[in-house]
Write a protein that binds this ligand. Structure first.
Ligand SMILES: Nc1ncnc2c1ncn2[C@@H]1O[C@H](COP(=O)(O)OP(=O)(O)OP(=O)(O)O)[C@@H](O)[C@H]1O
Ligand SMILES: [Mg+2]
Length: 367
């Protein structure tokens, strides 16, 4: 009998490194181990290795001594771990879906504005969404006078690049920004006269669509604001489950907690015990989990074939929860940085358990 394959669609960089064994932030061994638990064999390839005409794909499968190149029929389920911006590549994904292949997480690139609008449809979330509008010089001034503290972020931003904070103080305002590639070092804060917007703001919001968003007063750990990354995935039952969560703090001088910007990862119970000593930790964890599952369920009404979300959840000192952001193809190594090996493995296991569900049921889950 042939082994049952599952496709793992990697980006070009990761794919190129397969034979060298050094593949950066993804763990191929985790895919292999997880797939084996569900009687599956992962086949690693990129979008360019798939031929829709022949229905075949060239890829690598694990063998005891490393990896072997194979030429096999396109697996019925493909776990997408690459991000595509290019129209041609996105079209190929659509074509695969049309041919009945379960390309899960196939449609992940939604702008932050679009995601926000999806969540606005749920009245239960209205208190959990930071006030957000399209950024224009007029809307930024109006939002600043309403909220006093704003985050200006690109609609399709990435790892904290281009994001700025604009904060009002008496008689002036302060802009925090970075011009360098992601790092904790490039950040600076400049003071602006009241009512003035920095030229950089004009420049950036002209070049790409930006949002002006109320900055949530995030709880702080040792003076550093933190938010919580919750990985929510479809698992073996087809429904949404929490793979794990970790807290990430912003480095000094910044307000962003992205690991790529120098943010640090911690275990959530540790942080909550220290920062919110009066709130029962178990209950708060439960609330964060329920909140995240709810968001995943709402989003999946709008995003077909979603099976994996990395949610950034903000929490205030008094325990209010806010939705900050949703990533469709989130990095998993934050779990390792937080010392959470089990959650890290889980984040690879759930998708393989979900493939088992798809193969056994031959249909996308109803909920
Ligand atoms: N409204 C907000 N209030 C408080 N902090 C915020 C807010 N928006 C963003 N931040 C901080 O900035 C960080 C980065 O912002 P966000 O997650 O929205 O974009 P991004 O990470 O740059 O985008 P992507 O995840 O698509 O790469 C957040 O993790 C959070 O620490
Ligand atoms: Mg983010």
């Amino acid at each position: 009998m042939h082994p049952e394959f599952v496709g793992i669609l990697l980006n070009n960089n990761t794919y190129r490194r397969i034979s060298s064994g050094r593949i950066g932030t993804e763990s191929l061994a985790n895919y292999e181990e997880a797939a084996a638990m569900y009687g599956l064999v992962p086949c690693f390839f990129t979008i360019h290795h798939i031929s829709l005409d022949t229905g075949m794909v060239t890829g690598y499968i694990p063998i005891p001594s490393g990896y072997r190149r194979v030429y096999i029929p396109i697996p019925r389920a493909i776990h997408m771990r690459a991000i595509y911006h290019n129209r041609r590549e996105l079209k190929r994904i659509e074509d695969l879906i049309k041919q009945g292949i379960f390309v899960f997480n196939g449609r992940t690139r939604y702008g932050k504005d679009t995601i926000h609008h999806m969540l606005e449809q749920d009245s239960g979330l209205s208190n959990a969404l930071p006030h957000t509008v399209k950024a224009t010089p007029v809307s930024i001034r109006s939002m600043l006078s309403q909220h006093g503290d704003l985050v200006l972020k690109p609609c399709s931003g990435s790892i904290g690049i281009g994001i700025m904070r604009l904060k009002r103080s008496t008689g002036h305002s302060q802009l925090t920004y970075s011009r360098s590639s992601p790092s904790a070092k490039g950040w600076r804060t400049v003071t602006l006269a009241e009512g003035k917007l920095h030229p950089l703001i004009y420049q950036r919001i002209k070049r790409a669509p930006f949002l002006a968003q109320e900055r949530i007063p995030l709880a702080e750990y040792r003076g550093r604001p933190f938010d919580i990354r919750v990985t929510v995935q479809r698992g073996g039952s087809g429904s949404w489950e929490i793979a794990g969560m970790f807290a990430k703090t912003s480095p000094p001088q910044t307000f962003v907690s992205n690991i790529a910007q120098g943010g640090s990862a911690y275990q959530v119970p540790d942080i909550l015990t220290r920062c919110m000593p009066n709130a029962p930790v178990g209950e708060t964890l439960e609330r964060i989990a329920e909140f995240s599952l709810h968001i995943a369920r709402i989003l999946s009404l709008f995003i077909p074939y979603a099976a994996d979300f990395g949610l950034d959840i903000g929490i205030t000192e008094d325990g209010r929860l806010y939705f900050i952001e949703c990533n469709g193809c989130d990095q998993r190594y934050g779990f390792l940085e937080a010392g959470m090996g089990e959650a890290w493995k889980n984040s690879y296991r759930n998708p393989m358990a979900f493939v088992r569900y798809l193969y056994d049921n031959d249909t996308w889950p109803p909920h």
